[in-house]
Ligand binder design. Structure first.
Ligand SMILES: *[C@@H]1O[C@H](CO)[C@@H](O)[C@H](O)[C@H]1NC(C)=O
Ligand SMILES: *[C@@H]1O[C@H](CO)[C@@H](O)[C@H](O)[C@H]1NC(C)=O
Ligand SMILES: *[C@@H]1O[C@H](CO)[C@@H](O)[C@H](O)[C@H]1NC(C)=O
Ligand SMILES: *[C@@H]1O[C@H](CO)[C@@H](O)[C@H](O)[C@H]1NC(C)=O
Ligand SMILES: *[C@@H]1O[C@H](CO)[C@@H](O)[C@H](O)[C@H]1NC(C)=O
Ligand SMILES: *[C@@H]1O[C@H](CO)[C@@H](O)[C@H](O)[C@H]1NC(C)=O
Ligand SMILES: *[C@@H]1O[C@H](CO)[C@@H](O)[C@H](O)[C@H]1NC(C)=O
Length: 450
């Protein structure tokens, strides 16, 4: 029954095949292979030429020993759902991968790469290295003699689901992470510089999350890369029961091209931001960040969020509507409309980049005042409704497979599938009558036991 439902879901889920995008992680023992701030996600899907432009130079200049972990399937949701968060790191399915990324000299994390671009990665590596792929597993790798000046392409295939049985994805991913750990430690013993990539030719689908509610009591977020965030999310109101949570790795504003990094003023124990003008209601919330002195004057950044019921998807959606910046007391506000920043209200919204270069656009166009201002948020996570504690709920990534439009389509699809599956179940449950009722013949004796 459950299998039938899953099967139907797979057939019916609209958008599932369309949103053919997979994450790609690359890291190397060599530093400075990629510029620090490479393509932000912002709903952007990396195309094949862009991927070639990112990987090509690194392959030509970087280490010649390249390790490709090719998982059968992978979606950014696997990281969102099974990666650890601040407090529950031990719960993560990717301890070795996270370790490798944080120890790496340089790393490249692309949440969304077009499926065909990711599928062409083996060929791309082969062309740049001039070496064919060698399938390896941890034991054979230990016997292999690698030489830093001889190019080698080592391919490690990782499963996603075993056969037809629906082994919990988390178990499979944990197993894969162990393989990654073993391979990397074997490589460390050899002491040759290397570059490693993890991707998949196809996205996986974390079906469990489609019908269920928010998994687990603890918040989840995208796999952490780079230094561990040292500060907790900003909360409003402060105290044990916040209504609104906000976190970003970097919050910066620019006036006339001069940048001010407000991260330290906003998060952590030395924060000086004043939140007292923020407000919260069940359908509307405002996060007002007031800074005493930025560009020689006070600055207020207001984010306006709404919680609305959408009959189409049968659920409430939380959206960021607009962001306003006011300098000083009297100056006219500069307003930016936000587009596409929405998420089922029970979830938090996460994005690699939110800013005036992308999802935020001036409310009136042309707006000469807005042209002076820029706002940039790196790795933002935001939840304004249905906050259950001091941690974020499950995060929906802006570049994710289950981005808003897909969710919109998926839910009615899932409902339909459930109804169909129920109907099928009822049909299969019917039993044919043994004999036809013949009014002239002897009446049917109904056996008491069958
Ligand atoms: C690595 O390969 C180069 C060129 O083929 C060779 O000269 C060198 O001795 C090799 N190094 C080791 C440690 O095998
Ligand atoms: C934050 O972003 C701004 C603007 O891109 C940059 O100037 C600043 O160095 C960044 N801060 C950190 C800590 O990376
Ligand atoms: C925050 O701002 C409000 C009014 O804008 C003010 O009354 C309050 O004293 C400020 N709090 C701090 C800690 O500065
Ligand atoms: C801030 O004020 C100082 C001194 O009054 C001045 O030198 C500086 O240019 C001002 N900075 C900006 C961004 O206006
Ligand atoms: C859903 O949104 C409506 C407003 O459109 C609001 O009245 C209601 O409280 C919301 N429900 C939930 C569960 O957030
Ligand atoms: C921004 O949003 C406001 C209110 O929703 C709307 O009136 C305005 O036309 C929008 N501006 C742009 C440029 O889309
Ligand atoms: C979500 O929040 C709304 C508004 O605060 C509340 O009415 C509703 O019960 C919450 N739903 C869940 C599932 O927590």
């Amino acid at each position: 029954m459950a299998a039938a439902l899953v099967l139907l879901l797979a057939v019916l889920a609209p958008g599932a095949a369309r949103a053919d995008q997979v994450p790609l992680l690359a890291w190397s023992s060599r530093s400075k292979l990629w510029p620090p701030a490479t393509i932000g996600s912002e709903g952007h899907v990396v195309t094949e030429p862009q991927l070639q432009a990112l990987l090509g130079p690194a392959l030509d200049q970087g280490p010649h020993n390249v390790l490709l972990f090719l998982q059968e399937k992978l979606s950014v949701e696997d990281f969102t759902a099974y990666g650890g968060v601040y407090g529950n790191k031990p719960d993560s399915a990717f301890p070795n991968l996270e370790g490798a990324l944080s120890d790496a000299g340089s790393a490249l994390v692309l949440p969304a790469v077009a499926g065909e671009a990711a599928g062409a990665v083996p060929l791309l590596l082969r062309e740049h290295l001039g070496a064919g792929p060698l399938h390896v597993d941890p034991p054979t790798l230990r016997q292999l003699r690698l030489n830093a000046s001889v190019p080698a392409l080592l391919l490690v295939r990782l499963p996603y689901a075993t056969g037809s049985s629906l082994m919990a994805p988390k178990e499979v991913l944990t197993g894969n992470d162990e393989v990654i750990g073993q391979v990397l430690s074997a490589l460390k013993e050899e002491d040759v510089p290397y570059m490693a990539l993890l991707t998949a030719p196809r996205p996986s689908r974390v079906l469990r999350e489609v019908l269920g509610t928010v998994p687990g009591p603890l918040g989840r977020q995208l796999l952490e890369t780079g230094p561990e965030p040292v500060y907790p999310p900003l909360q409003f109101p402060s105290g044990a029961f916040p209504l609104l949570l906000f976190w970003a790795r970097n919050l910066s504003v620019a006036r006339d091209g001069v940048w001010r990094d407000l991260t330290d003023a906003t998060f952590g124990s030395h924060a000086t931001v004043n939140l007292s003008r923020s407000s919260w209601g069940p359908t509307e919330a405002r996060l007002v960040l007031s800074y005493k002195e930025v560009f020689n004057s006070s600055l207020t950044i207001t984010s306006h969020m709404t919680n609305k019921w959408f009959p189409v998807s049968g659920r409430n959606w939380s959206s960021l509507e607009w962001v306003e910046m006011v300098e000083g007391g009297a100056a006219a506000p500069v307003t930016f409309n936000a587009s596409g920043v929405s998420v089922p209200a029970l979830y938090s919204w996460r994005c690699g980049l939110l800013g005036t270069m992308g999802l935020l656009t001036p409310r009136t166009r042309p707006d000469p005042a807005a042209a002076h201002w820029q706002l940039l948020l790196h790795d933002i996570q935001l939840q304004a409704f249905n906050v259950t504690g001091r941690r974020f709920s499950y995060a929906s990534d802006c570049a994710g497979f289950f981005s808003a439009p897909v969710w919109m389509g998926l839910l009615p699809g899932a409902l339909l599938a459930a109804v169909l599956a129920y109907g099928l179940h009822m049909l299969l449950g019917l039993r044919a009558m043994d004999r036809f009722d013949d009014p002239k013949g002897p009446s049917i004796a109904v056996p008491q036991t069958e």
